[in-house]
Design a protein. Structure first.
Lengths: 273, 304
């Protein structure tokens, strides 16, 4: 689906991290956690290519006055890393954006009442909030959020409001445990004798470590990957990742955009960078 | 009055001059939600090879000002999977599908041309000659007129379908390449493929693409493409298909004026999946607004 979205709110939630709410067609509220949108930052040719963002949240705003229609909305959470995201952060309420989505696969929630372990690194938390919102309906949910400093830990209060038990870790110790979030995840799995199901999104190094934990402890693990993509619909083949069977002789490239971005961690080859 | 937008490439009549460029439109089906395929002239498949190809390691693409570099490495499903999995969709669409393909020896090219010739759903063949000739020590077919002619002749002998040769801009004299391919039996020429370029990550002191270099596409290359289409169209008798940074109907019409009979929309489909359809409609509207009855009257109509 392609649509014009009007920005309702665009605010810096932590240094360098922004949260944007925009109008969306009603279909957008059916987006699965883990799906993403391709945003055209502006109609000119620089930047040219759309930017992919995980769906942070969707919902319906109740009308401010009687007689007005309820307004479905879409939210993204993004970090300013380059020209496109810098321009995005400069946009204001009522500015328009051209959006494609929802695209890609979503997370598989797994059975009810099972412990759900959500692991997010930095802006990797973006697609995990919508997931947590769904999972809390039928399962105990724990969030493991990691970052370099406390500024990289985003929207923890929002997760807490959902009733999610939050664990945090920072590399500099400025918030939560000092060190990597994967250590905190491991100690939880140690306590519960490896019960539950892992959902992770974040930097490649973190995902690789989480996938290894899942494999070693026989805990099902899904990861949401990032990929440098031009189209988002399986045509440019820019964003591919390698499946377990991949070798030069037996290529097993998968499109992050259409076969992912959510993958069963056991289906991917992690040895490569 | 509705202008006549139809154009002819060899024995192939297109309802309008707008095609999609190879490698930017999958095998057609990927875009069906965004483009009514029956509103465009033709669509060109991702480049096919005899065996499936894995393509290059990532990063494979990077954005540059007004364009993008890609080094996908010709990843494709191979001819067998194409026939089994992709051809049924082509059958369901009333728009010519053009199969783009490549090989590493003239014999491989000929074998592919012969196999594609046998598929009724394939309306025409587009030869990508930008591959290294493994037999002759890696010399690129697309940059050597004699090698390009040998590939064209080999394909010509293997198919009766319209044969389009897609030229590389990474040559000293594209006119010489165009003449060589025309002389060897090409029915039309696609001008141009991507321009070789590179991007550097200063802080890491590394090339951005795993392949180091890649092909530049997008609006950044349009002036170069226009110049080459203009040069080639003046030098050959066969139709020229203009390609390079077309983002709008007016871009496309500039190529027609420069001498192109048809155009291909590439990178624009990534930015806006409905681009090809919008460009076809926009061209028709442009003609209608000016009372121009026939798009063919604009081909090469540049006033110099």
């Amino acid at each position: 689906m392609q649509f014009k979205a009007m920005i309702l709110d665009n605010a810096e939630v932590s240094p360098g991290y922004w949260r944007m709410r925009m109008t969306a067609p009603p279909e957008m509220t059916a987006a699965r956690p883990g799906q993403f949108v391709m945003v055209r930052v502006n109609p000119s040719i620089d930047p040219l290519i759309r930017r992919p963002f995980g769906v942070f949240d969707t919902g319906i705003l109740q009308p401010a006055y009687t007689g007005a229609a309820p307004q479905p909305y879409l939210e993204i959470l993004y970090r300013v890393v380059g020209k496109g995201t810098a321009m995005l952060s400069g946009l204001h309420e009522t500015d328009l954006l051209d959006i494609l989505g929802p695209l890609g696969t979503g997370f598989d929630n797994g059975p009810a009442a099972e412990e759900k372990l959500i692991v997010g690194g930095g802006v990797g938390l973006a697609p995990l909030y919508l997931l947590a919102k769904e999972l809390v309906n039928d399962s105990p949910v724990r969030l493991f959020a990691g970052g370099r400093t406390k500024d990289d830990l985003l929207c923890i209060t929002e997760f807490e409001r959902l009733g999610v038990e939050c664990y945090t870790a920072t590399e500099d110790g400025s918030l939560g445990e000092q060190g990597l979030v994967t250590k905190v995840l491991e100690s939880r799995l140690e306590t519960t004798s490896n019960k539950g199901r892992i959902f992770a999104c974040g930097p490649h190094g973190m995902l690789k470590a989480v996938a290894a934990i899942g494999t070693a402890r026989h805990v099902p693990c899904q990861v949401s990957l990032e990929g440098y993509m031009a189209c988002g619909m399986g045509a440019c083949l820019g964003c591919v990742c390698q499946g377990t069977g991949h070798s030069a002789e037996t290529p097993d490239y998968r499109c992050v955009c259409t076969e992912g971005p959510v993958f069963d961690a056991a289906q991917l080859k992690w040895e490569v960078a | 009055m509705k202008p006549d937008m139809s154009v002819t490439i060899a024995s192939l009549t297109l309802r309008n001059p707008v095609m999609t460029a190879s490698g930017t439109f999958g095998y057609g089906e990927e875009f069906k939600e965004y483009v009514d395929l029956e509103t465009i002239g033709a669509f060109v498949t991702k480049g096919l090879s005899l065996k499936p190809r894995a393509g290059n390691p990532t990063p494979r693409i990077v954005e540059t000002p007004g364009g993008m570099l890609n080094a996908i490495g010709l990843q494709n499903v191979g001819i067998d999977a194409f026939i089994k999995k992709k051809v049924p969709f082509l059958r369901s669409v009333n728009t010519p599908a053009i199969a783009n393909f490549f090989g590493y020896t003239p014999e491989e090219y000929a074998e592919l041309a012969a196999r594609l010739d046998g598929i009724p759903e394939v309306a025409a063949l587009e030869v990508n000659i930008s591959c290294p000739n493994v037999k002759q020590g890696g010399i690129v077919f697309g940059t050597d007129p004699a090698a390009a002619a040998s590939v064209t002749a080999a394909c010509r002998a293997a198919t009766k379908k319209p044969l389009i040769v897609k030229l590389s801009p990474n040559v000293t004299d594209i006119v010489e390449m165009a003449r060589a391919c025309e002389g060897a039996g090409a029915d039309a020429l696609s001008v141009i493929n991507t321009l070789t370029g590179m991007a550097i990550d200063l802080e890491r002191r590394k090339p951005v693409l795993a392949n180091i270099t890649g092909g530049l596409s997008g609006p950044a290359i349009k002036p170069v493409a226009l110049r080459m289409v203009w040069q080639v169209a003046k030098a050959v008798k066969v139709p020229v298909i203009g390609i390079g940074g077309i983002m709008s109907a007016t871009d496309a019409l500039e190529f027609i004026l420069a001498g192109a009979t048809a155009v291909q929309v590439g990178t624009a489909s990534f930015v806006n999946p409905g681009a090809a359809q919008e460009i076809a409609q926009g061209m028709e509207q442009w003609l209608a607004e000016r009372g121009i009855a026939d798009v063919r009257s604009l081909i090469g109509a540049l006033q110099e």
